[in-house]
Design a protein around this ligand. Structure first.
Ligand code: PMP
Length: 387
């Protein structure tokens, strides 16, 4: 039977994925199989997923608006909280307008397919090789020509742009790369997009609420305020909620409402989810100390990791990879760490290249600095146990 054969093929290549159930809420410490463990792989970077203000906003919205949106936004599902969130996130991102999507995955599919046209001379998409799977899938679905440049390599990107004769050129990059924590060279790419008259999309999924003096993301961090740059991001990571946004011009939003199929053909986000996201933006604006704590924790962990001689690649951020190489070794280390009370998910192909499997550590403002410093030494000791 096809399903059995396929499962066996996955298992024998050492790439089987399984779910680990968390008993109770997200937090710096979570319960797994009755045991409290340090959670070092959540994207809840600011510890907002369980914040009382988000819970209260969601509960109030449920009382007022109920649980479901009932339909796609274009049918009867466009409710006050959707519009309020769009206004709020556009203001936060310094954009003219924004459109909310049901997830970052859907936002990337919708955005890329709405902007790219198939046909040999129509659209060339220039996509960083380390971009997130949702960008890769959006590119495939668009059926446009896709040129992938070596990660963060601005001169390779320029060579490709120079050679392109497509009517529409579209550059797309992660702001913070999800699997290695590096930051995209936004300033340089922005000037290339001007020079070659290309559209420029930044996926700020991991940078929203995290990067920049006020947490507005990669553009703020890079000191780039370019109204034509399109920003997308998710509410599901540092904002502790769910759903996603695309921020840009009013015209872009109009086009997405007409062309982005994941927006058109899917039931809208529950209103309570939007209310929680609005509460999260308020906290990010009013409590900068959370972001400062996150960065202090990042440097505490990195200091200990360096002392322990762990290789953390090019990470400049709260995403800190520890490259372990072989997929099977990575999963054995991850399992041994869980037995020692530390949960770090192993990341394997196809998410990362073959031979570059890793433990993807992510740090939160909610962590205790001393606890995560100690964890760095336990990680090193555990890696040494598996050759
Ligand atoms: N872009 C990037 C860079 C991501 O890491 C992710 C989530 N892993 C997404 C988009 C998708 O966002 P969401 O989880 O909201 O679907």
């Amino acid at each position: 039977m096809m399903i059995t054969e396929e499962l066996e093929r996955i298992k024998s290549s050492g790439l089987e994925r399984c779910l680990t159930m968390i008993q109770g809420p997200q937090g710096p410490v979570v319960r797994i199989a009755g045991q409290d463990v340090l959670l070092l792989c959540s994207n809840d970077y600011l510890g907002l997923a369980c914040h009382p203000a988000l819970k209260e906003a969601a509960i109030k919205a449920i009382e007022r608006y109920g649980t479901g949106a009932g339909a796609s936004r274009l049918v009867s599902g466009s409710m006050e909280p959707h519009h309020a969130l769009e206004e709020r996130i556009a203001r936060f991102k310094g954009s003219e307008a924004a459109l909310v999507f049901n997830s970052g995955y859907e936002a990337n599919l919708g955005l890329i397919t709405a902007l790219a046209r198939r046909g040999s001379r129509e659209t060339d998409i220039f996509s960083d090789k380390a971009n997130h799977a949702s960008i890769v899938d959006g590119c495939i679905l668009s059926m446009a020509k896709v040129k992938r440049y070596p990660t963060r390599d601005v001169s390779a990107l320029e060579t490709m742009l120079k050679r392109s004769s497509a009517r529409t050129k579209l550059i797309i990059t992660d702001g913070i790369f999800s699997m290695d924590g590096a930051i995209a060279p936004i300033k340089e790419i922005a000037s290339l997009s001007d020079k070659y008259d290309a559209m420029f999309i930044v996926d700020d999924a991991h940078a929203t609420g995290v990067l920049g003096a006020t947490g507005r993301g990669t553009l703020e961090h890079a000191g780039v305020a370019h109204p034509s740059i399109i920003q997308m991001g998710t509410f599901g990571k540092a904002l502790g909620s769910f759903g996603a946004y695309v921020a840009g011009s009013k015209e872009l939003v109009k086009l997405l409402i007409n062309r982005a199929r994941p927006f058109i053909y899917s039931t809208a986000l529950p209103p309570a989810v939007c209310a929680a996201s609005i509460a999260a933006i308020e906290i990010i604006e009013n409590e900068p100390e959370r972001r400062l704590r996150l960065w202090q924790n990042v440097s505490s962990f990195k200091g200990a990791a360096q002392d322990a001689m762990l290789d953390t690649m090019n990470s400049l951020t709260q995403i800190i990879p520890i490259v372990t190489g072989d997929a099977d070794r990575t999963m054995r280390i991850s399992k041994a760490l869980l037995d020692k009370g530390i949960f770090i998910q192993g990341i394997r192909p196809p998410t990362v290249p073959h031979g570059a499997s890793r433990l993807r550590v992510s740090i939160s403002a909610a962590h205790d600095a001393e606890v995560i410093e100690k964890a760095a030494y336990v990680i090193k000791e555990t890696c040494n146990e598996f050759h």
